[in-house]
Design a protein around this ligand. Structure first.
Ligand SMILES: Nc1ncnc2c1ncn2[C@@H]1O[C@H](COP(=O)(O)OP(=O)(O)OP(=O)(O)O)[C@@H](O)[C@H]1O
Ligand SMILES: [Mg+2]
Length: 282
């Protein structure tokens, strides 16, 4: 019974959290870490409704990963406020899951044990952790691979485990940093559909960074375009496509989809051109 309650079977899922960034800037010390440091994010205002799916795109190096790291609590802003669920973000928490391009699985643990690792670490009872992990792994099509090891899985399957590992903690916010960048296009489209189904089922708040403009349109309800570094919100485009996109096999061939991709592409090109002219003027 505890295990059933733990995966919310048959119950309406609780919405993910509201996300608020108010005047967020990030300065890195000169010479610290990779590249030059300096102002990375400049006065970012961003609001995500609870349970929404928002994509972020922007030129290389404009601060997308930095923005996710601030939301994950891996770094603190230099100015401004980062709030999730009405609370200031003050450090990492399993309530804010993050998925990177590399699945980062523990090679010595099975798929199931990779997935129960997080809940067990925060004191969830083993039977509940196993029930939750089995539920989400099965949801993501890995029910037959629970006892396999990461090296026995394809890249797409490893990313599905990474998704299960984030969602098993029942996060209020799921952050994804180009999670499918290393996959071939067909696998990538399949895993995007899995992610959309997962969002539709869980109603958590999803924030998804990608370089692929078509993918940003396909997965999200809203695309946020950042300017070139120092990144700030340059434009927001609402994506009014049907929610259950995986059920519309021809969605990517519709005029509305093409129009939205073109709109995102135009703003992206403008931002890239602005960045180039700023560089040549410097
Ligand atoms: N630890 C660090 N120390 C100093 N500068 C850093 C550090 N991490 C990132 N930067 C710089 O901050 C800027 C933003 O980096 P970030 O990784 O957030 O950009 P991004 O938009 O995710 O880039 P990409 O599109 O390449 O993934 C870049 O110019 C980068 O070189
Ligand atoms: Mg990045």
């Amino acid at each position: 019974m505890v295990a059933t309650a733990a995966v919310n079977q048959g119950l309406p899922p609780s919405l993910g959290s509201e996300v608020e960034l108010l005047g967020v800037s990030k300065v890195r010390p000169k010479g610290a870490g990779r590249e030059t440091g300096g102002l990375v994010l400049n006065h970012v205002h961003l609001h995500l409704d609870p349970g929404s799916f928002v994509a972020i795109v922007g030129p290389g190096g404009c601060g997308k990963t930095t923005l996710l790291r601030l939301l994950a609590g891996l770094e603190a802003p230099s100015a401004g406020h980062v709030h999730v669920g009405g609370q200031p973000v003050q450090g990492p928490s399993p309530r804010r899951g993050i998925i990177f391009q590399d699945a980062n699985l523990f090679p010595w643990l099975s798929v199931l044990k990779n997935t129960t690792f997080g809940p067990l670490a925060v004191g969830v009872a083993p039977a509940v952790a196993t029930a939750r992990a089995t539920h989400w792994l099965t949801f993501l099509g890995l029910g037959k691979f629970l006892h396999r090891y990461p090296h026995e899985l394809s890249g797409g399957m490893q990313q599905r485990v990474a998704i299960a590992r984030a969602i098993v903690n029942e996060p209020e916010l799921l952050l994804a940093d180009e999670p499918f960048g290393g996959l071939d296009w067909i696998t990538r489209e399949q895993v995007c559909d899995e992610l959309l189904r997962l969002w539709h089922t869980t109603r958590k708040t999803f924030l998804y960074v990608t370089h692929a403009l078509e993918e940003a349109v396909y997965v999200s309800q809203r695309v946020v375009l950042l300017s070139a570094r120092p990144g700030t919100v340059a434009h927001v485009i609402e994506i009014n496509l049907p929610e259950q996109r995986w059920a519309h096999a021809d969605l990517r061939f519709t005029p509305e989809y093409a129009r939205l991709v073109e709109e995102v592409r135009e703003v992206f090109a403008e931002q890239t051109a602005l960045a180039q002219s700023a560089r040549s003027a410097a």
